[in-house]
Design a protein around this ligand. Structure first.
Ligand SMILES: NC(=O)C1=CN([C@@H]2O[C@H](COP(=O)(O)OP(=O)(O)OC[C@H]3O[C@@H](n4cnc5c(N)ncnc54)[C@H](OP(=O)(O)O)[C@@H]3O)[C@@H](O)[C@H]2O)[C@@H](O)CC1
Ligand SMILES: [K+]
Length: 503
């Protein structure tokens, strides 16, 4: 598991290490600086003339400490101090003095030169507002330089907490970040500025912070192997559950096909599609493995009978908006007593009938909205959700009492009393129609095999992204179809199985 800390959590780990464990701030800073110079040497970056831009906080202190190390190694080093002398932290003052004593060149304005490396130590996790004026110009000069670019801890201009760009940011080739991954390095737009991220242990004790439930995390291969449901050798199709997909409407057979295909590839034992009669023959041809039950108008008896059959249900993909669809969703909400995933139009229908939301609390639901659907569901505008994604996720999951999968380029998963999950697999090739239907099928396929809702959501999102990465590697960023994601799922699962076997 990879923990992803926000600025406040990182600061709390820093001060715990300094105040409670007695490790001096100077020691930490010197280790941080050594980690950066080690990285540069390992990468064999040319050390002909290094420029370090330092702010007045401890990130600036790191920068001066890097300068001293490089100076002692005989490199030509120019430090540009871009902060205010009066705002310097104690450590920044000390490290600046040390740097001067080593004979380093100290400027207060950018000077164009043929720098082989530009090091950004302007702002670290302490950045808390828009970058303007002198600082903005400095960042623009740094970005224009042709030298290799290293960010110290985080590229200046990126919020460590949510990845937003405060006006302008340093475009790094690599970021050496201290002790823990900061959320902002992995969310967009921050992730576009980091270059390669190297996490380095400098002896900060972050254990207590990571134990806290409000610290977000991402999965790694090792976690996946543990979360995947067992497949005992004596199994038969009944062992892996009966999944009901209430999906597809007139002209939307594809959604049902994609979900069913993904659910089977995820390992579901039996998949039944409950859809409109005009989808019958096309679905039978597309996916003969699925059982097809159809309706022409709202038919409560047939709906109750398929609900009775199911061990888990996915409702909404391609369902469309109609009176019949409304009646189906309403009945499912009232009658269901197995785990249920609500996707796409299922969410839109729920959003149009706020009084039905109370039913969710009595059930066992996973909701998979993209930002527009979440906006309809919560009544909050999309841009507001984008600015406060975490808060909206946690609040919605808590008030509706559901597992919420907030789909985006970085999908978040939240549930009451569970840690926020941030998904780091996947890529832009997946931004296509049908991708969400595949995800619903994958998560449903896990739910029906007995995975707890939250685990199914987290694992499903991870595998969906990994399948996307495999498909993109085969076909490039433009040509991947949603069905390719379902098809690549087998390779994605196999990757995690191979990993498990090799351990
Ligand atoms: N001992 C430790 O804790 C260790 C810390 N370490 C290092 O320290 C970094 C954190 O240091 P930090 O907390 O001093 O904050 P930092 O990021 O340097 O900047 C804060 C300064 O910037 C200013 N400022 C903010 N926004 C601004 C803006 N838009 N425009 C202009 N000014 C702005 C802000 O001003 P203020 O808000 O106070 O007015 C303040 O003066 C961390 O990332 C790591 O690199 C490591 O060495 C390990 C040990
Ligand atoms: K920085």
């Amino acid at each position: 598991m990879q923990y992803l800390l926000n600025a406040e959590q990182m600061k709390s780990a820093d001060s715990h290490t300094i105040q409670d464990l007695g490790v001096s701030s100077r020691t930490l800073m010197e280790r941080a600086a050594a980690a950066c110079t080690d990285y540069i040497e390992e990468q064999k970056w040319p050390l002909t003339h290094v420029c370090i831009v330092c702010g007045s906080g401890n990130n600036g202190g790191d920068g001066f400490a890097i300068g001293s190390i490089l100076k002692e190694k005989g490199c030509q080093v120019t430090a540009v101090f871009a902060g205010r002398m009066t705002s310097r932290t104690e450590e920044c003052i000390y490290q600046m003095d040390q740097f001067k004593q080593c004979g380093g060149t100290l400027l207060t304005e950018w000077q164009d030169n043929d720098y082989s490396i530009v090091i950004d130590a302007l702002f670290g996790v302490g950045l808390n507002r828009e970058i303007t004026g002198h600082y903005l110009e400095m960042l623009q000069h740094m970005n224009m330089s042709s030298g290799r670019k290293l960010a110290v801890d985080i590229p200046s201009g990126i919020s460590a907490t949510d990845g937003r760009v405060f006006g302008e940011a340093f475009q790094a080739d690599a970021t050496v970040t201290f002790q823990e991954r900061k959320l902002g390095l992995f969310l967009f737009s921050g992730a576009l500025y980091t270059g390669k991220v190297c996490v380095t242990d400098i002896g900060i004790d972050s254990f207590t912070v990571k134990e806290q439930l409000d610290t977000a995390y991402a999965l790694e291969m090792s976690d996946i192997a543990k979360l995947l449901p067992e497949r005992p050798p004596y199994a038969h199709k009944g062992t892996f559950g009966k999944l009901l997909l209430i999906a597809g409407s007139s002209g939307m057979a594809g959604a049902a096909f994609l979900s069913a295909c993904a659910a089977y590839r995820m390992g579901a034992g039996l998949v039944r599609i409950y859809t409109t009669e005009d989808n019958r023959s096309i679905l039978q041809q597309l996916i003969p493995e699925a059982i097809i039950t159809t309706y022409t108008e709202y038919d409560k008896a047939s709906l109750l009978s398929v609900l009775e059959w199911a061990d888990a249900v996915c409702i909404g993909s391609g369902l469309g908006r109609s009176d019949v669809a409304d009646l189906i969703v309403n009945t499912v909400l009232k009658e269901i007593n197995v785990p249920c995933l609500i996707d796409a139009d299922g969410i839109n229908i729920l959003a149009a009938h706020p009084e039905w939301k109370d039913q969710l609390a009595e059930g066992n639901y996973v909701l998979t909205p993209h930002l527009k659907e979440l906006s309809r569901l919560t009544g909050r505008p999309v841009n507001e959700i984008q600015m406060h994604r975490r808060e909206v996720l946690e609040q919605t999951a808590r008030t509706l009492d559901v597992t919420l999968v907030q789909k985006d380029a970085r999908t978040f998963v939240g549930a009451k009393g569970r840690r926020m999950y941030v998904n780091l697999t996947g890529n832009a090739a997946m931004a296509k129609a049908g991708s969400g239907d595949v995800l619903a099928g994958i998560i449903g396929g896990l739910m029906v095999q007995g995975c707890d809702n939250y685990d199914a959501a987290v694992l499903g999102v991870y595998l969906h992204g990994l399948a996307g990465d495999i498909a993109r590697n085969e076909m490039g960023c433009y040509s991947v179809l949603a069905r390719d994601l379902a098809d690549a799922l087998g390779s994605a699962i196999q990757m995690t199985e191979n990993w498990k076997a090799e351990k």
